[in-house]
Design a protein around this ligand. Structure first.
Ligand SMILES: [Zn+2]
Ligand SMILES: [Zn+2]
Length: 173
């Protein structure tokens, strides 16, 4: 359920009431000009609220309430890099690709790099472009999978061994 449709569904209610209720959960973040969501937060740091029984993301809702509809397929970028901020003029609609590149994340730094942490080239056969716009090293992925398989078979062996000689469990750990 997108915030878009939430706004449409709440249009029957008085917008001023919605705004008042919304601002009751907003605080000025100390030392900034951000307006932070003081209510529930999602794991990723974004604010969340219930509007007439619907779960909505706080900053998206704020943008639609005070600015207007978020264009189809666009994400809202926090210009202030504060994910809990719901101040409309700190938000800008961008494409998901742009948003990923702007983020102060590993992904953004990765996008500028020509090699992975282990020195494998981000090029040709070795480069994996994920659907989310991330880049991954094929060699490292292969190595990770190999390590994972090795750990699993080691764990399986240990488990089998433990079943056969239950008294030896303490000693093998
Ligand atoms: Zn802000
Ligand atoms: Zn690599």
């Amino acid at each position: 359920m997108s915030a878009n449709s939430t706004i449409r569904r709440t249009q029957g209610f008085r917008k001023s009431t919605v705004k008042t209720r919304f601002f009751a959960k907003v605080r000025v973040a100390p030392g900034t000009d951000c307006l932070e969501w003081a209510g529930t937060r999602i794991n990723n740091g974004y604010g969340r609220l219930k509007v007439y029984g619907l779960d909505v993301v706080a900053h998206r809702f704020s943008y639609e309430l005070f600015v207007g509809p978020i264009p189809e397929g666009m994400q809202l970028d926090h210009l202030c890099r504060n994910r809990a901020c719901v101040r409309p003029d700190h938000l800008e609609p961008v494409t998901p690709q742009e948003n990923t590149l702007r983020g102060e994340t590993l992904t953004a730094r990765y996008a500028e790099r020509t090699h992975c942490d282990n020195g494998h080239p981000f090029a040709g056969e070795n480069l994996i472009q994920t659907s989310a716009g991330h880049r991954e090293c094929r060699q490292c992925k292969r190595d990770r999978q190999a390590r994972y398989r090795a750990r699993r078979s080691a764990a399986k062996l240990a488990a089998e061994h433990a079943t056969v000689t239950p008294t030896g469990v303490e000693a093998t750990r």
